[in-house]
Design a protein around this ligand. Sequence first.
Ligand code: NAI
Ligand code: NA
Length: 396
Amino acid sequence: MIIEPRMRGFICLTAHPKGCEQNVKNQIKYVKSKGKIDGPKRVLVVGASTGFGLASRITSAFGSDAATIGVFFEKEPAPGKTATPGWYNSAAFEVEAHNAGLYAKSVNGDAFSKEVKEQVINMIKEDLGQIDLVIYSLASPVRMHPETGVLYRSTLKPIGQTFTNKTVDFHTGNVSQVSIDPATEEDIANTVVVMGGEDWKMWMDALKNANVLAEGATTVAYSYIGPEVTEAVYRKGTIGRAKDHLEATAFEITDALKDINGKGYVSVNKALVTQASSAIPVIPLYISLLYKIMKEKGIHEGCIEQIQRLYADRLYSGGEVPVDEKGRIRIDDWEMREDVQSQIATLWGESTTENLVEIGDLAGYKQDFLNLFGFGFEGVDYNADTNEMVMIPSIS
Ligand code: NAI
Ligand code: NA
């Protein structure tokens, strides 16, 4: 079939298998160009199919020759109906990994469930024995609690008062005011249940109890801080409470892994266009200004550049892992640079529908958004008849 993007709000209903494959190949090429990392050999990535998790799987495999198990929740294709991009990304990743002689298997299911944890543990026991690194990179709006069966929903709301600020509809470029009502106590608690650290800890406990964590095993989850303009809806909002909980969980995990000299870290990453971040109000406007400034300064990074740097310069640089005063790894250091943020503060006030094309990088935002679904890649013939029924080797 001929596959075209079909946009609906913050998502695209179609995905292009060849474009997703190109995306994966580009990321592999980047990681290889940076040379070998003296890193982990057996890696589990939870949330491995898109965004930071996919970049983590690619960096592990092609930077450090690691065997990888990837967990994700994606929709498979049906005749005439494309899969979700993470499905095609994972299919392409496995093919590339297998061609390079690397072990790669995937589990498509609900990572919050006990069943998926058990399935992964059995896979580790059968194939790898133990794991050296667990990357926890889930982004989900809902979580079915494994003990109670209750379905929790996360929200993106300010706490305490209504938040009003600018935002942009990145499809149209229209800059407008958005007002978001404050969260209830229940909203806060639910968001912490979905995006906080409880499930991360459950994964680490399950892996430890099954004796499938190697001596010195490390685990990393991803967090975000960001600028003042997004603070009310992000870091000081409901999602920020979940990130506080996630960050506190890193210390609990380090404690629980003491006898195997294991470590839990949170890495604070840069704001990037992913399926998760496009849905957060205000963030797309911030990102389009940020991209423009960081590209001008030659310090712009995507997910793969961020994670390659996380491995090479932080986790596996040979020395102590550098952390901030709260124990967090910081690869948002370039985003948070004083010269970058002071320019954001100025441009934020000035930005309008009329001037955003010039003072912001709306084109870059749109390009990245299309890329998430496998569209807009050079070297892909989008007019060609394309097989949508691409399967993941280890799953089908
Ligand atoms: P993403 O939406 O690209 O990736 C989410 C991943 O989780 C996908 O692999 C998806 O299949 C998987 N997933 C979702 N629900 C699942 C479930 N129930 N079971 C199994 N897998 C499931 O998101 P992104 O942006 O890569 O986010 C990953 C982490 O990085 C999140 O914790 C996010 O807060 C954090 N982060 C994101 C930033 C951004 O600007 N995008 C910045 C800093 C941190
Ligand atoms: Na991810």
